[in-house]
Design a binder for this molecule. Structure first.
Ligand code: NAP
Length: 306
C-alpha cells in the first residue's frame, strides 16, 4: 500500500508510520515543516500547508490506497484561551477540507479507497453511567463539538467514493505521550490521587492497540464510520488512580478537588472531569483482538522501567 499521513510527525503519526514501513508499505508523511521533522526509516516527508489542496502531496494522493488524517493544533499543550480553542477547531477543519478537496481533484479511478480520520472519545461529552457505543448521541462540551465538526468535514469524502473511518480515541497510554505523562506525573512526585470525586468513567487505550486499530481501519474494507478506540477495561477514574499508584509504588491519596480543577484549568478541566463508559463495539465486531485489554497490564507495560 501507499499511505499518506497528515500530522505524521506527531506522537501517533510516527508510530503508525513505523508500523506501516516495517511491513514494507510506502509511507508519505505530510508536515508543515518537513525539514525539521527527525528522519524516519522508510518514511518520506513532504510539505503541505494543512489548508489548501496545493503541492506535491496532491499528486502523491493519486494511486495511494489510503490517507490518515491526524493533523491539528495540540489539545493538551498550553492553556485553552479563546484564541487557542478557535485554533484547535479551525486547524482540524482546514486540514480536513484540504484533503477532501484534493480527493475531489483526483480522477475517480485514482482516488484513495479509505480516509481514516482521527477523532476523540470526547465526541460523547460527559455521560454519567450510560453505556456508550458508536450509535450513541454526541455530547455538547467544547471537544464534543470539535469532534462532531471534524467528523462531518471528513464525511464529505464519502460521496466521492471513499470509505471513511472515524477513530474516536480515548487517552492514549504510551511512553512519551503528552496526556499520559501529565496524568501520571503527580504520582511520581507523591502527589497523585483521584481527579474530582473520581466516579467518572475513564477511557484509555494502549498505544499498540491504537496503532492496531489504525491498521484495522486502513486494511479491513468492512470497517467504516465511527470506531471507538478504547480498551474494554473501562474503570472509574479513582480506580485508575489507585492502579497507577500500585504500579509506580506510590500513594494515590491526594485528591484534586473539582472546584480547584475548574478554577485552575477552566474549560480544560472537562478533559479530566468528564467521563463516559464507552465500549469498543465496532472494533470487537470487526474481530479486533486487543493486545492490552486490561488496565493493569497496560499500565505495567507503559510505566515500568525496561
Ligand atoms: N494522543 C491522544 O491521546 C489522542 C486522543 C484523541 C485524539 N487524538 C487526536 O489524534 C491526532 C494525533 O494525535 P497525536 O498525539 O499524534 O498529536 P500530536 O503529537 O500533537 O501531532 C499532531 C500533528 O499535527 C500537526 N499540527 C500541529 N499543529 C497544527 C496546526 N495548527 N495545523 C495543522 N497541523 C498541525 C503537527 O505536524 P507538523 O507540525 O509536522 O505539520 C503535529 O505533529 C490529533 O489530532 C489528536 O487530537 C489524540
Amino acid at each position: 500500500m501507499r499511505v499518506l499521513i497528515t500530522g505524521g510527525s506527531g506522537y501517533i503519526g510516527r508510530r503508525l508510520a513505523a508500523s506501516l514501513a516495517a511491513d514494507q508499505h510506502e509511507v508519505i508523511s505530510l508536515s508543515r515543516r518537513p525539514e525539521t521533522a527527525p528522519p524516519q526509516s522508510g518514511v518520506r516527508f513532504i510539505k503541505w500547508d494543512a489548508r489548501t489542496a496545493e503541492g506535491d502531496w496532491v499528486n502523491e494522493l493519486a494511486g495511494a490506497q489510503g490517507i490518515v488524517n491526524l493533523a491539528g493544533a495540540s489539545i493538551g499543550k498550553g492553556r485553552w484561551t479563546r484564541q487557542r480553542m478557535a485554533q484547535i477547531l479551525s486547524s482540524r477543519l482546514s486540514a480536513t477540507s484540504a484533503i477532501v478537496e484534493a480527493i475531489n481533484r483526483t480522477p475517480a479511478d485514482r482516488r484513495p479507497s479509505v480516509l481514516v480520520n482521527a477523532s476523540g472519545i470526547d465526541y460523547y461529552g460527559n455521560r454519567g453511567d450510560e453505556l456508550v457505543t458508536e450509535e450513541s448521541e454526541p455530547g455538547d462540551s467544547f471537544l464534543a463539538r470539535v469532534s462532531q465538526q471534524w467528523e462531518a468535514a471528513a464525511r464529505q469524502a464519502q460521496p466521492l467514493g471513499v470509505r471513511v473511518v472515524l477513530l474516536r480515541t480515548a487517552l492514549v497510554f504510551g511512553r512519551g505521550a503528552l496526556a499520559f505523562r501529565l496524568l501520571t506525573l503527580p504520582f511520581r512526585v507523591f502527589a497523585g490521587g483521584p481527579l474530582g470525586d473520581g466516579r467518572q468513567w475513564f477511557t484509555w487505550i494502549h498505544v499498540d492497540d491504537h496503532i492496531g486499530l489504525y491498521r484495522l481501519a486502513l486494511e479491513n474494507p468492512q470497517v467504516s464510520g465511527p470506531v471507538n478506540a478504547v480498551a474494554p477495561d473501562v474503570r472509574r477514574q479513582r480506580e485508575v488512580a489507585r492502579e497507577i499508584g500500585r504500579v509506580l509504588h506510590r500513594p494515590a491519596v491526594v485528591p484534586a478537588p473539582t472546584p480547584l480543577l475548574r478554577l485552575v484549568l477552566g474549560a480544560q478541566s472537562h478533559l479530566l472531569l468528564d467521563g463516559r463508559h464507552a465500549v469498543p463495539a465496532r472494533a470487537r465486531a470487526a474481530g479486533y483482538a486487543f493486545r492490552f485489554a486490561g488496565l493493569h497490564e497496560a499500565l505495567e507495560d507503559t510505566l515500568r522501567a525496561r
